[in-house]
Write a protein that binds this ligand. Structure first.
Ligand code: SF4
Length: 283
């Protein structure tokens, strides 16, 4: 008997990635190519496709060779924008509006004299960009004690989240801060900056995982939101993160019949179709 494959309700590009890829396609077509500062999305298949239409990734402002550069959907800090402008280079800004909302929140917190804590991965470009807007008065961590453990912590603190974090984990982090960082005269401002698409995708994926004996998350190994889907699904069922159909191992399905397929926000529909097709061909 074959596998019963069910696909999550929300798969494929999220709103922000679709918008960024469409913008890049248009610019590359018009100009015969364009450079992007950093990978525009964390997905190798999508990057390869973009490369084929003339989109070239550069690692730093110093590495830009042309007169136009695209900023990725993850966004950058204001210092980077100034650096690009200082070189007289035009900017195509594909920063996702949800990321922009977090950047604006960080800027407003800094203007009001708040220290900003971003709940997220300190090495992720989106988090670095948001911290840039906090004007150097902030930190990123997923461990509340990293802030509460410092001597004389700030009294006015704003708390934001990387857009792709798990809502329940952000709430847990905020509660820990309330429990240990609220001292005399202190002020804590918590702003939920988790993206709506991610919230819906995580909820859909979790209900799929609850009805599946095994879940495949199709997404890049470096994609933060794909890894969070794996984390959520692994709590209820066996889960694997794969980039393409070639990574599927038939040994995973020996005693399994109900298979769920979901994807990260930067995975294209074609790659997901190939995964579903391969699963359906297994007996
Ligand atoms: S996951 Fe959300 S915040 Fe990130 S690019 Fe997509 S829509 Fe924007």
């Amino acid at each position: 008997m074959g596998l019963r494959v069910e696909r999550a309700a929300a798969t494929g590009f999220c709103f922000g990635v679709k918008r960024a890829v469409d913008m890049l396609r248009r610019v590359a077509q018009k100009r015969g190519g364009v450079e992007t500062l950093g990978a525009v999305v964390h997905n190798r298949q999508v990057l390869r496709h973009l490369e084929n239409i003339g989109v070239r990734v550069v690692g730093s402002v110093a590495g830009i060779q042309g007169d136009t550069v695209a900023i990725s959907s993850h966004g950058v800090g204001p210092q980077v924008i100034e650096e690009i402008r200082a070189r007289g280079i035009d900017i195509v800004d594909t920063t996702c509006p949800f990321v922009k909302r977090a950047q604006v929140a960080a800027r407003r917190l800094a203007e009001s004299g708040f220290f900003t804590i971003v709940f997220g991965d300190v090495d992720h470009p989106e988090v670095k960009g948001i911290l840039g807007w906090a004007g150097g008065k902030g930190m990123a961590t997923q461990d509340a004690t990293a802030f509460t453990g410092i001597d004389n912590p700030q009294r006015r603190v704003g708390v934001l989240s990387q857009t792709t974090q798990i809502p329940a984990e952000f709430a847990r982090f905020a509660r820990q801060l309330i429990d240990s960082a609220l001292v005399k005269d202190s002020e804590l401002r918590i702003i939920d900056t988790i993206c709506h698409d991610i919230r819906r995708r995580q909820a859909d994926t979790l209900s799929l995982a609850e009805e599946s004996e095994l879940v495949l998350v199709v997404g890049g190994q470096t994609s933060a939101n794909s890894r969070h889907l794996v984390e959520l699904c692994s709590r209820v069922t066996e889960t694997y993160l794969i980039e393409t159909a070639d990574e599927i191992r038939s040994s995973w399905f020996r005693d399994k019949r109900r298979i769920g397929v979901t994807s990260g926000a930067s995975t294209d529909e074609q790659t997901i179709d190939e995964v579903v097709k391969k699963l359906e061909s297994l007996t």
